[in-house]
Design a protein around this ligand. Structure first.
Ligand SMILES: NC(=O)c1ccc[n+]([C@@H]2O[C@H](COP(=O)([O-])OP(=O)(O)OC[C@H]3O[C@@H](n4cnc5c(N)ncnc54)[C@H](O)[C@@H]3O)[C@@H](O)[C@H]2O)c1
Length: 271
């Protein structure tokens, strides 16, 4: 018996990295998983992600492990595509208990994305893929959860949404993630009377293939030991985050809503 037997979960951006870890963990607890992503083979972009795969896709991995999953390719910035995805899940399983709005990320370099010199295309892209994508997914799923009078929604912020970088770079990403966090507080108020919990997680530096290939070597001081700023003196793993998602999507968090949990090992931020 799994804690999530009979439950249905949607995880966006689940083809690789953190989303894949959330999908696999919820599947291991018994949930049926809609693995959604722009590209279900996005792991091919990063060697470490491709190496970690034990099947052709997250869907195949879950099925090989005895779970149930379907894969849906869609862009969270396309509201109609999001609605169609939710309809596909309803047609397949008839309910939705968990939504993890994980799709997103940053684009551009910190030097090009300072708060006062943000390029408009980057501002639109990053705001849409993070904040708008989250809102579109919630809008599409909320009527189902309201009718069920139950549900758990996890949104994905970042420590970049909790405090600024020292030099003001990556402002578009930090502001979009801050918007997600504050939106989640409103969401909890709106949906609480229907028995629906909404919480946000704010990961720190997590060793996904993308982060290790791009952000860490591309930072202002690539050789700096990043763990010096972290109380636990290590970077985070995808499982560190998946454990918190397990907490927020199971009965362990039944009386927790409108909160943000930083998963950063006790990090103190600097440039
Ligand atoms: N890795 C970290 O250190 C870290 C830290 C803080 C927050 N986060 C957040 O966690 C989430 C996942 O991070 P990750 O490191 O695993 O990223 P990643 O880039 O490795 O994976 C993101 C996945 O989302 C998909 N995706 C991107 N845009 C999409 C869109 N518009 N529609 C549908 N799918 C889309 C990608 O194809 C990819 O498979 C992101 O929201 C990111 O901002 C990550």
């Amino acid at each position: 018996m799994g804690k999530l037997d009979g439950k249905v979960a949607i995880v966006t951006g689940a083809a690789r990295g953190l989303g894949r870890a959330y999908a696999r963990r919820l599947a291991s607890l018994g949930a049926k998983i809609a693995v959604t992503d722009l590209n279900l083979r996005s792991y091919e972009e990063f060697e470490a992600e491709a190496k970690a795969m034990t099947g052709d896709s997250t869907v195949d991995e879950i099925i090989a492990g005895g779970g149930e999953a379907i894969g849906i390719e869609m862009n969270v910035t396309d509201e109609n595509a999001v609605k169609a995805m939710v309809q596909t899940v309803m047609d397949a399983w008839g309910r939705i208990d968990i939504l993890v709005c994980n799709a997103g990320g940053g684009r551009g370099r910190p030097i090009d994305t300072k708060a006062s010199t943000l390029e408009t295309p980057l501002l639109h892209l990053v705001t849409e893929m993070n904040y708008y994508g989250t809102v579109y997914c919630v809008n599409a799923v909320a009527p189902v959860m309201k009718a069920q009078r139950s549900g758990k929604i996890v949104t994905v912020g970042s420590i970049a949404g909790l405090g600024p970088s020292v030099d003001g770079g990556y402002a578009h990403y930090g502001a979009a993630k801050a918007a997600i966090l504050h939106y989640t507080r409103y969401l909890a108020q709106d949906l609480g009377p229907f028995g629906i919990n909404a919480n946000c997680i704010a990961p720190g530096t997590i060793t996904t293939g993308r982060i290790m290939a791009t952000v860490v070597p591309g930072s202002a001081n690539a050789n700096r030991d990043r763990t010096e700023q972290i109380a636990l003196r290590r970077l985070g793993s995808v499982d560190d985050c998946a454990k918190v998602v397990e907490f927020l999507t199971t009965d362990l968090s039944d009386y927790v809503s409108g909160q943000c949990i930083a998963i950063d090992g006790g990090m103190v931020r600097s440039a």
